[in-house]
Design a protein around this ligand. Structure first.
Ligand code: FAD
Length: 587
């Protein structure tokens, strides 16, 4: 039996074990990871020095280890090799030498990077592709590039991977929206004779559960990065040239770089610097349940957070500058949402701006500006959800030559190339729509182009979803856009009052509509409002992508009784063959 010890891991001591990759009795190959360590700078696997069977595991998640700590005992294989120390997976990589660091007086650190601050001549080749930012754009690009056989370094300024989406965006908000839906369902069931008591909300547990959800996903990313041998470097990347960045003094050169630096919440100038004024990240922290909450901005993020806080018990008001909630969304789709929230919220004020906020002991006193502006009101918290701005303007671009627009976005061509041919940009930093699935789509293009594939941006539609209650989703051409552009189109609508499933779930306020080309009968766009609209829209995104026409969709047999049938029924309305409602074809 041989002992497996932690090899030289650079200057690090007492490094936590974040994952145990094997169990006692497992047979492993030489170099297969046994445990994962996470230092301040990166994660690294301690590999098996030789093939064999794990007889004993001497560490567990949460333990700390240093060079020489015995982590396991193994039998079989080439016993005795443990003493030679095969090196942590990342630290043992000799690629640092390939770029000429053999001339350097410094040894590579545990990531194979050379800290070149103290050596002018030090040059490093740590990988061909550097990805800046680990949100859905960045990690997808890094993983796809690694799967294509490229050497990848993923730089993230925060300790946890996943960017806005996983940490403070899509995922935590959907966890809380799930909790909100559960509460709403317990209320709704009263109409069919099932009543529950008032919900008791353990805010600490809810917060902890939301954290667990996030942790599962972000931890999974760290594991996947490791398995793909993507080097994760923690720190803020700044460009030196079009072939080199620096992260905390460590230079990393690259042949290609993918900028996936994301976006940030915009602030309203003049608002007090008061902890009761929060953005979406603050709202997701669930510090408390404010008695009166003002949501500034009636877009998707503001209304999703309003849904959460109203369900938890806040009295919610929404103020929106334009005369329309959710910009970009057709008005008929908005109606069911508006009707429901008008009943439940304290106020929804459109065409109105926040003029001033005064900090008082009683709360935040807000005065408004606009034709229908209400009297000044005092709120316990204000959530500012007025939009997001691309982070391009926060990047230090050095002599890279990358151009950034006034709005912080980085312009790209159809292959995600910036104005500098070996530097790509994807996701929020590359502009609207600022959605995670658009970021991942662009990420794959960038990685594949870099690997030599002839691909380019060719998505026919990027679906949008407001995970409000009811949800609203649309994809392809909207009715508003179609009217503005003056193009010919037909509209086919199927109201959910005629859907057996919607009636059976007491949520028949929904609507499914299609925009159809009058000549080719192809589906140009689709919009759905109702419970689960976000899931239902995917079928229509596929229809648009595949160039399906209304007959194709109408003839596709859908299971009964489902909300998905409303898609078929809307297509039947378009073709004048609907039987579930009376909608004869117009002559
Ligand atoms: P991001 O996720 O913003 O990641 C960028 C990363 O780059 C960050 O981790 C940042 O720290 C890092 N970074 C930046 N500069 C540097 C640097 N110089 N060095 C190192 N690292 C750097 N979208 C949806 O599709 N569906 C939703 O339901 C949804 N809900 C949302 C809810 C909320 C509350 C919010 C705020 C957003 C939501 N979004 C949603 C939008 C979605 O989060 C973004 O579109 C998505 O995260 C963009 O991905 P990205 O990879 O471009 O950037």
């Amino acid at each position: 039996m041989s002992e497996v010890k932690v090899p030289d891991i650079g200057d690090f001591t007492d490094v936590p074990v974040i994952e145990v990759l094997v169990a006692v009795g497992d047979t492993v190959e030489a170099d297969e990871g046994l445990i994962t360590l996470e230092s301040e700078k990166s994660t690294m696997d301690v590999p098996a020095p030789a093939a064999g069977t794990v007889e004993e595991l001497l560490v567990d998640v949460g333990d700390t280890v240093s060079e020489g700590t015995v982590i396991a005992r193994m039998s079989g294989g080439n016993e005795g090799q443990d003493d030679e120390g095969s090196g942590a997976e990342e630290g043992s990589d000799s690629s640092a030498d390939e770029g000429g660091s053999s001339e350097s007086s410094e040894a590579p650190d545990s990531q194979g990077l050379v800290n070149s601050r103290s050596d002018e001549e030090a040059e490093v080749d740590v990988g061909r592709v550097v990805v800046i930012g680990s949100g859905p754009g960045g990690y997808t690009a890094a993983f796809r590039a690694a799967d294509l056989g490229l050497e990848v370094v993923l730089v993230e300024r925060f300790e946890t991977l996943g960017g806005v989406c996983l940490n403070v965006g899509c995922i935590p908000s959907k966890a809380l929206l799930h909790a909100a839906r559960v509460i709403a369902e317990t209320e709704e069931s009263a109409s069919f004779g099932i009543t529950f008591g008032e919900p008791e909300i353990d805010l600490d547990r809810l917060r902890e559960w939301k954290g667990d959800v996030v942790g599962k996903l972000t931890g999974g990313l760290a594991g996947m990065a490791k398995r793909r041998k993507v080097r994760v470097v923690t720190g803020e990347a700044r460009f030196l040239t079009a072939n080199e960045i620096e992260v905390d003094g460590t230079k990393i050169d690259f042949t290609h770089c993918i900028i996936a630096a994301g976006s940030r919440s915009t602030a309203i100038p003049g608002l007090p610097d008061d902890e009761r004024v929060i953005d979406s990240t603050g709202a997701l922290e669930l510090e408390d349940i404010p008695e009166r909450l003002l949501v500034v901005g009636g877009g998707i993020i503001g209304l999703e957070m309003a849904t959460v806080y109203e369900a938890l018990g806040s009295s919610v008001s929404v103020v929106e500058m334009t005369d329309h909630l959710i910009p970009g969304c057709d008005r008929d789709l908005l109606k069911p949402l508006q009707a429901r929230i008008e009943e439940r919220y304290e106020a929804i004020v459109l065409g109105t701006k926040v003029a001033e906020v005064k900090e008082t002991d009683k709360g935040l006193e807000v005065s408004f500006e606009g034709e229908d502006a209400p009297e000044p009101q005092v709120y316990d918290r204000i959530l500012v959800a007025t939009g997001r701005r691309a982070n391009g303007d926060l990047l230090e671009l050095g002599e890279s030559g990358v151009e950034v627009g006034d709005d912080g976005t980085i312009a790209v061509d159809s292959q995600q190339r910036t104005n500098v041919s070996n530097i790509f940009a994807i996701g929020d930093v590359a502009g609207a729509p600022m959605l995670a699935h658009k970021a991942t789509y662009e990420a794959v293009i960038a990685a594949e182009v870099i690997s030599g594939e002839e691909v380019s941006y060719d998505a026919q539609s990027i679906p949008s979803v407001a995970y409000t209650d009811p949800e609203i989703a649309w994809t392809g051409l909207t009715e508003t856009e179609a009217k503005e552009s003056g193009r010919d189109f037909e509209i086919a609508k199927f109201p959910w009052q005629a859907s057996g499933r919607a009636i059976a779930t007491e949520r028949a306020e929904g609507l499914t509509k299609l925009l159809v080309d009058p000549e080719s009968r192809r589906i140009l766009g689709a919009g759905i409002v109702g419970v689960n609209a976000g899931e239902l829209i995917a079928e229509l995104a596929l229809a648009i992508e595949m160039g399906a026409n209304a007959t194709d969709v109408g003839l596709t047999v859908h299971p009964h009784p489902t909300l998905s049938e409303t898609v078929t029924f809307a297509a039947e309305v378009a073709e004048g063959v609907a039987t579930d409602i009376y909608a004869p074809k117009r002559k």
